[in-house]
Design a protein. Structure first.
Lengths: 164, 192, 201
């Protein structure tokens, strides 16, 4: 199983964290900290033209999950939410907290449901390292986003060791 | 009533299993010191102290709600009455080990009171006898902010204030909570 | 039996004072000290208590106990001083002056002597340092702990009193608005001390 990318959107619809992995996480294990900020990480998703930046990706993904969520709620009631959808190229997993923080993960198509994994990331990584860090701002306006080493390291570990 | 007892069970269970306990005096003394320091810094202007405490509480609430949700795994409440129950029996239970009584609902179900039989923040406290603190200072005002901050994060804009406090010589400690509105989802800014 | 209780900071600043009488054996809980002049009542008690500080400083190193028992006597006023030391060096001092047991009640010839006057100056009209106080309370308490200030029962009662006051003192100084070295003004604490006095003394 391969994790392609991971996004967090806060309640103001702002992307506060994004991270992309190459198709095979094992191959990047040697690299110290391959950041998502490099706009043209080659081959992030096979379907995505490499010319598009991750910022654009984030916007697209937010638009997708936001609309999808609203449609699902109209059909299934206020408490309904979608969990995942799949295309021929990737699978998108979605978890939203009651505080409207949205966790999105893109994986390959063969991956099992990542809902629990996303919840774990929220509970054990995001809340522990970001929310409870008194020096980290409570909100992340202005596009700086979650800039927290412990969180990033732990996420890296979680994705490379636990999920693959 | 059964849903209410279920909520208390959730609170009890969380309190027993997931909560790190900390010495109560440490909390009481820490909070007391903060309030006393604020009173000193604001030169006895208790209105400003109240305001500042509320603001501090708001910032705490914004974070605390995430911890609350992570621990309780609670979903969205169906109505404001459920929210009130959750606040009292799970929220206050797991963070302060008290369960204030929810009462005095208005007929539109948008306003209720929390009556605190005990208040760990106010142990040992005696308000300064300068003739004003008894009338102006809401010692535990941070709690109002905590509620405002945490409920804002779950799309409820509320207003909370104390209406009585045993520290002032009142019979009860009562906080009034009113729902102002439910907050709509925010849309991303338009791209140009 | 009349009591004067005071709390002194480690640097001898008075933090709290209260005078009260026994409530045992029909006492009315009002202090009736027998000092020569009414106006000097408060000064005398403070003077006697503070003069025992040297004894206290000696006694405090003798054992590890917080309760130092009866540490000093001031024979001219037949006053006894008991002391209690908190770990932070705050001293609780209790002056007790038993009713005059040697003189028959009839010797209290003062105008208020035989009555239950509410004034603390009651009996001060009598001559001499040992003028009788309210004789009714004097007679009534002759069999109580008050009559014998150095008996084990008295020591125990004072110890109980001191311990209870200490517990309440700790709670009071834990109030965030109390700063170290400040006078203890809390009415709640005063009430608690009075209650402890009624209970044990």
């Amino acid at each position: 199983m391969a994790v392609y990318s991971f996004y967090i959107f806060d309640r103001h619809a702002e992307c506060v964290y994004k991270r992309r992995w190459l198709p095979r996480p094992a191959s990047i294990a040697g690299k110290s900290r391959p950041t998502s900020d490099t706009p043209t990480v080659a081959n992030g998703l096979a379907t995505m033209p490499s010319t598009r930046t991750t910022d654009d990706d984030a916007k697209l993904i937010f638009g997708t999950v936001f609309s999808l969520r609203n449609m699902v709620r109209k059909l299934g009631g206020e408490d309904d939410n979608f969990v995942t959808y799949r295309t021929s190229q990737y699978r998108l997993h979605y978890y939203e907290t009651p505080t409207n923080i949205k966790f999105v993960m893109l994986t390959d198509t063969k991956s099992p449901s990542m809902r629990v994994a996303l919840q774990q990331i929220y509970i054990n990584l995001y809340v522990e390292y970001v929310v409870k860090n008194p020096l980290s701002p409570a909100e992340h306006p202005g596009g700086l986003g979650v800039d927290n080493e412990l969180f990033e390291q732990s996420l890296e570990q979680f994705v490379t060791r636990v999920l693959s | 009533m059964s849903s209410s007892t279920k909520v208390s069970r959730i609170g009890e269970e969380l309190w027993k299993t997931k909560i790190d306990k900390v010495n109560a005096e440490l909390v009481t003394l820490t909070y007391g010191t903060i309030v006393a320091q604020l009173c000193q810094d604001y030169d006895g202007n208790y209105h400003d102290v109240n305001k500042q405490l509320e603001k501090m509480g708001y910032n705490i609430g914004m974070r605390l709600i995430e911890d609350f949700l992570a621990k309780s795994n609670a979903g969205r409440c169906a109505n404001f009455r459920e929210t009130a129950d959750m606040i009292s029996k799970v929220g206050f239970k797991i963070f302060l080990n008290v369960t204030p009584t929810v009462t005095n609902w208005t007929s539109d179900n948008n306003q209720f009171s929390l009556i605190f039989d005990e208040n760990p923040l106010a142990d040992f406290v005696e308000l300064p006898d300068d003739g004003r603190a008894q009338d102006e200072l809401w010692f535990s005002n941070i709690l109002c902010g905590v509620l405002r901050g945490s409920l804002e994060m779950v799309q409820m804009q509320i207003e909370a204030h104390f209406v009585s406090d045993v520290l002032r010589g009142d019979d009860t400690t009562e906080m009034r909570v009113s729902l102002v509105r439910y907050i709509e989802d925010e849309m991303p800014p338009e791209d140009d | 039996m009349s009591y004067y209780f005071t709390i002194l900071s480690p640097t001898d600043v008075p933090l709290f004072n209260i005078a009260f009488g026994t409530s045992k054996s029909g006492g009315d809980g009002i202090a009736r000290f027998r000092f020569p002049e009414a106006a000097q009542n408060t000064y005398m008690t403070q003077f006697i208590i503070h003069s025992s500080l040297d004894m206290l400083e000696e006694a405090q190193w003798m054992g590890g106990n917080m309760y130092l028992k009866h540490i000093d006597t001031y024979p001219p006023a037949s006053s006894y001083i008991s002391a209690f030391l908190t770990p932070s060096g705050t001293r609780f001092l209790l002056l007790h002056q038993p009713p005059q047991p040697n003189l028959p009640p009839s010797s209290s010839s003062g105008p208020g002597g035989g009555s239950m006057s509410l004034s603390v100056t009651s009996g001060m009209g009598s001559s001499g340092l040992f003028g009788g106080s309210g004789s009714s309370s004097g007679r009534a308490s002759s069999s109580s702990i008050a009559a014998n200030p150095t008996s084990p029962q008295t020591e125990e009662a004072v110890r109980q009193f001191m311990t209870e006051v200490y517990e309440n003192y700790v709670k009071t100084v834990m109030s965030p608005f109390y700063r170290r070295g400040m006078e203890v003004k809390s009415p709640v604490f005063r009430g608690k001390v009075s209650a402890a006095g009624r209970k044990w003394l």
